[in-house]
Design a protein around this ligand. Structure first.
Ligand SMILES: C[S@@+](CC[C@H](N)C(=O)[O-])C[C@H]1O[C@@H](n2cnc3c(N)ncnc32)[C@H](O)[C@@H]1O
Length: 185
């Protein structure tokens, strides 16, 4: 499988700027004890800001070159892995984030099941995705299709449904073009 993100890795954060994730921190109810997993966390662009707010941060990503960039940030544990088959035991993480990645994975069903499996009871998952109802996001989806990136965008309600086999109480939040799906366990 071609690693598109491996090509982008050296310049990724020049184009997709690291930004202080205040909204995410509040949704995650941080600081908290225990471990946080950033699934498809790439360069650690987002989880780099979270390492002082939990005991440990792991990044699971398919692209070794994206993960290599995360080493510059210090304090993150990069793990090369499919989101669909995570190399961690049940209930290992208190918090899980998946930022701008769910539309890239091969199986969204298997990914949802894995996130739920490795989440500790009492913990929470936050999925952040561009909202496909937004015109700019539709354009990005088209460009990713042209680049053969196998992107498959779900609406926030479809993501909610994906996790409803495990948990009924799932909240959705929006800003102009981003949605957050909040899944407690
Ligand atoms: C758009 S980037 C987002 C990176 C990071 N979450 C961020 O917001 O900066 C998508 C990431 O998902 C990773 N990825 C794609 N499919 C994956 C899969 N099946 N399992 C794990 N990671 C995957 C890519 O390697 C890439 O680093």
């Amino acid at each position: 499988m071609f690693d598109h993100f491996g090509l982008l890795a050296p310049v990724y954060e020049k184009f997709i700027k690291p930004s202080q994730p205040e909204q995410l921190i509040s949704l995650l109810e941080l600081p908290a004890g225990g471990r946080l997993l950033d699934v498809g966390g790439g360069t650690g662009r987002v989880s780099g800001f979270l390492s002082d707010l939990v005991d440990e941060v792991f990044i699971a990503d398919l692209s070794p070159k994206m993960l290599a960039q995360s080493l510059n940030k210090g304090g993150l544990h990069p793990v090369c892995s499919h989101a669909e088959k995570l190399p961690f035991p049940e209930g290992f993480f208190e918090r899980i984030i998946m930022i701008d990645t769910l539309h890239h994975v091969c199986s969204q069903q298997d990914t949802a099941a894995e996130l739920w499996r490795v989440l500790k009871p009492g913990g929470r998952i936050i999925i952040e995705e561009p909202n496909i109802a937004h015109r700019g996001v539709k354009l990005i989806a088209l460009l990713e299709k042209i680049a053969l990136m196998r992107s498959h965008f779900l609406s926030p309600e479809q993501i909610q449904k994906l996790f409803q086999q495990f948990q009924d109480d799932i909240q959705i939040r929006h800003d102009s073009h981003i949605s957050w799906i909040i899944i407690p366990k």
